[in-house]
Design a protein around this ligand. Structure first.
Ligand SMILES: [Zn+2]
Ligand SMILES: [Zn+2]
Length: 385
């Protein structure tokens, strides 16, 4: 669907065509945000959309406030929190991302900071999120975006394969024989993800060069063609590619990084700088200036402001996988009432509603103890051992 709008603002006039396309049958489509520039691009905006927090377990114990203050004192006009996405599949302790049930606290805390700092700095709320080949996380991400739980999503495609039997990502094999396959998987995953329209930025799009994420040493012509297709897809979908400050040493010294960004230049992608802060000191002007001079050397045009807007979240519960409950007493009672456990409790109690809180279910298969209590003690009876 194409629609043309005429505009006349501050002595400039013209026509804008807005093109809407639905690429996924039966799924909602939407516009992330539309920013129309009708003059010189802003030279005052200084943004960073890539900032982590202590919740990911590998970013120290700095407070959210310390990052915001570091951004303010370095002259930033906007900071986007994009911690490693908490995934409904990952409810165990790990060193990459928070446990899924902590998402509520992240949303509430960052939303409160948005209000508190209004007028001082724009704060945005997002995630840096992986895409599993095949689209395993798509419904979850769509739920986040459609319900305005986040303002934006970054595609941070560290790994491509997610194993649902262990609920873990599988790292790529990194010998020379697998280099092409690693780029093929990386690009295939990226194109699937970009096609959904769910993402605003693609972080460190050349991460497959890095050890642990593909370790590709020889950037062959076949790989370059794959990368070009990925960049063209990002351009088609309006997704900005990120020059990651953490990679500056590689960009300056390794030929394959230069070759990658030359393709970006040829395709004509929108490019942003990402601090990828895992500590407040990552807001560092001399590092940022080195990134800018790398961009200038390649001839890349940097966009400072992507026009991401703050959304009003809908009042919806956390996304859950089928049959998944947040581990609260209230939910355990609900689960017990739905399954066999309730059968044994019912035998002892006058009313299903007698069981309220707390309900302790067996914690292992050797433990057969079920205990419960009620605010209606007269209807509770306990089994004799
Ligand atoms: Zn990280
Ligand atoms: Zn990151």
């Amino acid at each position: 669907m194409n629609k043309a709008y005429a505009f006349a603002v501050n002595g400039q006039s013209g026509e804008i065509v807005i093109r809407l396309s639905a690429t996924v049958a039966g799924k909602l489509s939407y516009i992330k945000s539309v920013t129309i520039y009708t003059g010189e691009p802003s030279t005052t905006a200084k943004t960073n959309y890539h900032n982590h927090t202590y919740r990911c377990r590998h970013a120290g114990s700095y407070t959210d406030r310390e990052y915001i203050e570091a951004a303010i004192s370095n002259g930033y006009t906007a900071i986007g929190f994009s911690d490693h996405v908490m995934l409904p599949y990952i409810t165990y302790e790990n060193s990459v991302r928070g446990i899924y049930w902590e998402s509520t606290e992240y949303y509430n805390t960052i939303r409160a900071l948005q209000n508190e700092y209004q007028g001082k700095i724009d704060i945005l709320l997002g995630w840096e999120s992986e895409w599993a080949l095949g689209g395993l996380f798509e419904d979850y991400y769509r739920y986040l975006v459609d319900n305005n739980l986040v303002d934006y999503l970054i595609l941070g495609n560290h790994w491509q394969i997610f194993d649902t039997s262990s609920n873990r990502f599988i790292a790529p094999l990194e010998d020379e024989a697998h280099e092409l396959e690693n780029v093929q998987n990386y690009v295939a995953g990226a194109i699937e993800a970009l096609d959904t329209g769910l993402f605003t930025i693609m972080a460190h799009p050349e991460i497959f060069f890095v050890k642990g994420y593909g370790n590709v040493q020889n950037f062959t012509p076949v790989m370059k063609d794959l990368v070009r297709a990925m960049c063209e897809k990002a351009k088609e979908k309006g997704v900005a590619l990120e020059l990651n400050q953490g990679y500056i040493d590689n960009m300056e010294t390794l030929e394959r990084y230069t070759e990658f960004w030359k393709i970006v230049k040829e395709v004509g992608n929108t490019v942003v700088i990402g601090v990828d802060a895992h500590y407040p000191g990552a807001y560092n002007e001399s590092v940022r200036n080195r990134v800018i001079s790398f961009a200038n050397k390649i001839g890349l045009t940097l966009t400072m402001d992507l026009g991401i807007t703050r959304k009003t979240p809908k009042n919806v519960p956390l996304f859950r996988l089928e049959g998944q409950y947040e581990p609260t007493d209230a939910n355990y009672v609900a689960i017990a009432k739905e399954n066999l456990t309730w059968g044994s409790i019912r035998g002892l109690n006058a009313s299903e509603n007698a069981v309220t809180l707390p309900l302790a279910l067996p914690s292992s298969f050797r433990d057969c103890t079920v205990t419960w209590s009620s605010d209606q003690p007269e209807v509770i009876s306990n089994a004799e051992p």
